[in-house]
Design a binder for this molecule. Structure first.
Ligand code: SF4
Length: 337
């Protein structure tokens, strides 16, 4: 995972539940269990792809790590520091090292600020040099991100295309010299050809600035080329995690297989029979008992609605949370190592 074996980010048993209030006294009557016991690690200069259908909790995972929403339970350790126990100026320093790129770059860019103002805002807040030093660094970053420092720096976000706006969003994230970036559906709103350009840019920037990414997407095809490892989420939980190449060649969990079968595949050798899942994703307010996928799983058995499956090691760094692995006689582990 890393040169010295220590992850940059470690998330253990993360839960983020949102209360639902009702009645005259606004009592909490239920919770939306958006994230319900998620554990993973991200190494230095590593990309973990986090994939699942819309509403599975992956965006909440990214925001909980950065404390843009407050987790309910669990541990987030960034470079040895307990993120949930950090407050005040220490939290501000930590946030400088952990940035986010949003899906909708237009919505996240202040329309009344020029590109230059947007990009210098963070470095000024964090006092990262005098005005000319910051300006010089921002111009270099714009150039690296495929923007023209001379012609673009005094323009406003609405004057740019979607792809260019995402380049501004990337440059803004990089402006405070982070080590870790949550890319939250960062290419999902873009055309396929622009998606490829932005992914290639993120790969180049990772090399140049030694970055680690949590790359969130709903489409397995998108994360394949950027991720070293991939975690698949369903209804607030990770159901499979694996090195990327292994996941695509040897998916184990029925949900991963269904997602992969929907990926358009030009290579006839890799084409899969389409697995159509019946029904809708259940409500995270009242998730199904046992394996939360059992209401839609084509392979569900009696045990699946009764017991929550734990992690089964099915290969090197490859884990699947499915009782089928028990029947296959694969070694298992109950806790995240
Ligand atoms: Fe399907 Fe059962 Fe495996 Fe869940 S535990 S994915 S319901 S076979």
């Amino acid at each position: 995972m890393t040169a010295n074996g220590t992850p940059l980010l470690e998330v253990r048993d993360l839960r983020t539940w949102f209360p639902i209030r009702s009645g005259v006294f606004s009592r909490v009557t239920a919770h939306v269990k958006a994230v319900d016991g998620v554990s993973f690690r991200v190494g230095r200069q590593e990309t973990l792809g986090l994939v699942g259908e819309s509403g599975c909790g992956k965006t909440t995972v990214g925001r909980s790590i950065l404390r843009l929403v407050e987790p309910t339970e669990g541990t987030v350790i960034f470079d040895g520091q307990d993120v949930r126990a950090t407050e005040g100026s220490s939290l501000r320093d930590l946030r400088k090292r952990m940035q986010i790129i949003f899906q909708d770059p237009y919505g996240s860019l202040n329309p009344r600020m020029t590109v230059g103002s947007i990009l210098t805002e963070g470095p000024k807040i964090h006092q990262m040099g005098n005005a000319s030093e910051i300006r010089g660094r921002i111009e270099h970053l714009m150039d690296r991100c495929g923007l023209d420092p001379v012609n673009h720096i005094n323009r406003y976000p609405h004057e740019f295309s979607g792809g260019q706006r995402q380049r501004i969003g990337i440059a803004r994230a990089l402006s405070v010299e982070p080590e870790f970036i949550v890319c939250d559906e960062a290419v999902s709103a873009l055309d396929v050809s622009i998606q490829a350009q932005i992914i290639n840019l993120l790969l180049d920037l990772q090399q140049e600035f030694d970055l680690s990414y949590l790359f969130i997407a709903h489409d397995l095809a998108v994360v394949e080329h950027i991720s070293h490892r991939v975690a698949v989420m369903y209804l607030g939980k990770i159901v499979e995690e694996s090195p990327a190449t292994e996941l695509y060649s040897n998916p184990r969990h029925p949900y991963t297989k269904a997602l992969l079968s929907a990926v358009p595949e030009p290579d006839i050798q890799r084409r899969r029979n389409r697995i159509l899942l019946e029904g809708d994703v259940p409500s995270p307010i009242n998730p199904p008992s046992g394996c939360s996928f059992h209401t839609r799983c084509p392979s569900a058995g009696n045990r699946c609605s009764l017991e929550v499956p734990h992690a089964f090691e099915v290969g090197s760094e490859h884990r699947s949370f499915c009782w089928l692995e028990d029947e296959a006689g694969v070694g298992s582990t109950k806790v995240q190592s």
